[in-house]
Design a protein. Sequence first.
Length: 80
Amino acid sequence: MTQSLLLSNEPAYVCHFLTIFEELWKNGINAADRIKDIEAGADLADIEVIQSSSRARELYLDLVKHAHKEILFIFPSSNA
């Protein structure tokens, strides 16, 4: 059962939770497709598309600093 519930028409709350919902929806995976992949035994790699170049650079440098094994990166261009 629900232990707590927030109900509001306050624009700040609506905008905040709409933003969270849209981000989850955008990054979500269709459950039926995921179940088919699992049943088929597909080995899915962790793939993330990073739109922000500053965020990509931050993640790249952090991964390189902490790497203990080989790392595979795919960049969108040879100049990346």
